[in-house]
Design a protein around this ligand. Structure first.
Ligand SMILES: NC(=O)c1ccc[n+]([C@@H]2O[C@H](COP(=O)([O-])OP(=O)(O)OC[C@H]3O[C@@H](n4cnc5c(N)ncnc54)[C@H](OP(=O)(O)O)[C@@H]3O)[C@@H](O)[C@H]2O)c1
Length: 353
C-alpha cells in the first residue's frame, strides 16, 4: 500500500483520484490545500482522512510515502523539491516544471534524495499509445510524425473578458504567464512529449506561435494561445499543432515507408489503427483497409499513471523508462526554445541562481 499526500484541490486532483483508487495499492492518506475549509470539503468528498494546509507539515508526516502535485505549473519545482528532500516520492503533473533549469534542479534533488520522481504525462502511458509504440517496426523507416491537440478553452472566453475590462477575475493559471501557463505548457506538451518519447530530441525546431497580451498585476504580459512547430530529425520530419482558441479533429500519425500508424487523439488515445502502404491516389482505387489495433479501454483513463508509479516503487526503481526524466528534460528544453521563438517569458526564466 502506497500512502499518498495529494496537493491542490482543483479538478485535476479529483479526476486522478477516481482512477488512482482503482489500484488496490493506492491510498489517499492526506490532502494539502492552502485553504483549510477547501481541504476539509475535498477530504470529505473523497474520503481522505487527513487535511494539511502546509506542505512542510504534510511531508514531515511519516505516514505519507508519496506526494501527488496537482497545482499550477510555476509551483511544481519548489513543492517537489520540498517533498523530495523529506524523502517523499513525487508524481508531478505535467509539465514537470516551468523550464529546463527547474527540471534539472528537480532531477538532481530526486537523485541526491534517492526518491522516485515522475511526470504525470498520461499520453505515453495510455494503452493505445503503447500499442502503437510496440508496432512501430511495422511501418518501416519512419519519415513523418504529426500530432495535434486543439481544444477551444472556456478559459479563453474569460481571458477575453478580462482583456476587455469586463471581468476583474484573475487570469486563470492555464493561460497566465506568471503561473508558467499558455497553450504549449497546457496542451501542446501532450503532442510533444510522445514525439520525444518515440524519437528523441530533434536537431531543428521552427515554431510559429500565436500570442496575446494579458493583464497580470499592473502590467500586460505575453501568453501563447496556439502554435504550430516543425521539427527536423535525421531522415524524418515531425509537426505538432496545438491550440486553446480553436478545435481540431486531426489524428496523430506516424508515417513510414511501409504504412501509417495512427491514434484518434494524443491526449488520451481511445482508438489505434494501422494502414499498410498503398493509399489510393485516385477515386477509382480502393486502397488497403485500415487494421484496427485498439486496446479495450481501462476502467479509468488516469489509472495508468498511478499504476506505473506504484509498480516502479514496488520494484525499487527511481525512474520510469516510459516517462523518463531524460524525456522530461528534453521536452522542457524544447519548450524553452519554442517559447524563445514565440517571445513568451515566465518569471521562472528570470530567476538568477
Ligand atoms: N493530466 C491532465 O489531464 C491535466 C488536466 C488539467 C490540468 N493538469 C495540470 O494540473 C496542474 C493544475 O492545473 P489546474 O488548471 O487544475 O490549476 P489550478 O486550478 O489553477 O490550481 C489547482 C489547485 O492548485 C492549488 N493552487 C493554486 N495556486 C496555487 C499556488 N500558487 N500554490 C500552491 N497551490 C496552488 C489550488 O488548490 P488549493 O486552493 O486547495 O490550494 C488549486 O485548486 C497543472 O500543472 C496542469 O498542467 C493536468
Amino acid at each position: 500500500m502506497i500512502r499518498f499526500g495529494m496537493v491542490g484541490t482543483g479538478r485535476i486532483t479529483a479526476w486522478v483520484l477516481k482512477g488512482a483508487k482503482l489500484d488496490p495499492r493506492f491510498r489517499a492518506e492526506a490532502i494539502c490545500s492552502r485553504n483549510g475549509a477547501s481541504g476539509k470539503t475535498f477530504a470529505s468528498a473523497h474520503e481522505i482522512p487527513k487535511v494539511y494546509t502546509s506542505l512542510e507539515e504534510m511531508v514531515a508526516d511519516p505516514g505519507i510515502d508519496a506526494v501527488y502535485l496537482g497545482t499550477p505549473n510555476h509551483t511544481h519545482c519548489d513543492l517537489a523539491i520540498l517533498a523530495m528532500k523529506q524523502g517523499k516520492h513525487v508524481l508531478c503533473e505535467k509539465p514537470l516544471a516551468s523550464n529546463a533549469r527547474e527540471v534539472r534542479e528537480m532531477i538532481d534533488t530526486a537523485r541526491s534524495s534517492g526518491v522516485l520522481l515522475m511526470e504525470a504525462m498520461i499520453s505515453t502511458l495510455n494503452p493505445n499509445f503503447l500499442q502503437v509504440k510496440r508496432r512501430l517496426p511495422e511501418v518501416g523507416k519512419i519519415r513523418h510524425f504529426f500530432s495535434a491537440f486543439c481544444q477551444y478553452s472556456s478559459k479563453y472566453d474569460l481571458v477575453r473578458k478580462i482583456i476587455a475590462g469586463e471581468s476583474d477575475a484573475p487570469v486563470p493559471s492555464s493561460l497566465n504567464p506568471d503561473c508558467s501557463g499558455g497553450a504549449l505548457m497546457d496542451i501542446g506538451i501532450y503532442t510533444l512529449y510522445p514525439m520525444v518519447a518515440l524519437f528523441g530530441k530533434p536537431s531543428g525546431i521552427h515554431a510559429c506561435v500565436t500570442t496575446c497580451e494579458v493583464p497580470v498585476g499592473t502590467v500586460r504580459k505575453t501568453v501563447d494561445l496556439q502554435g504550430a512547430v516543425l521539427f527536423e530529425y535525421d531522415g524524418m520530419t515531425a509537426e505538432i499543432l496545438y491550440s486553446k482558441i480553436a478545435d481540431s479533429k486531426l489524428r496523430t500519425e506516424i508515417s513510414g515507408e511501409d504504412g501509417i500508424l495512427s491514434l484518434d487523439q494524443i491526449h488520451i488515445a481511445r482508438q489505434a489503427e494501422f494502414i499498410p502502404r498503398g493509399i489510393p491516389t485516385s477515386g477509382r482505387a480502393a486502397g488497403p483497409e485500415a487494421v484496427d489495433l485498439t486496446v479495450p479501454p481501462e476502467a479509468d483513463e488516469y489509472l495508468c499513471e498511478f499504476r506505473e508509479f506504484i509498480d516502479l516503487l514496488e520494484r525499487g526503481k527511481k525512474e520510469s523508462t516510459r516517462n523518463s526524466l531524460s524525456t522530461s528534460l528534453a521536452v522542457a528544453e524544447i519548450m524553452d526554445e519554442i517559447r524563445r521563438q514565440g517571445g513568451v517569458v515566465f518569471p521562472a526564466d528570470l530567476h538568477i541562481v
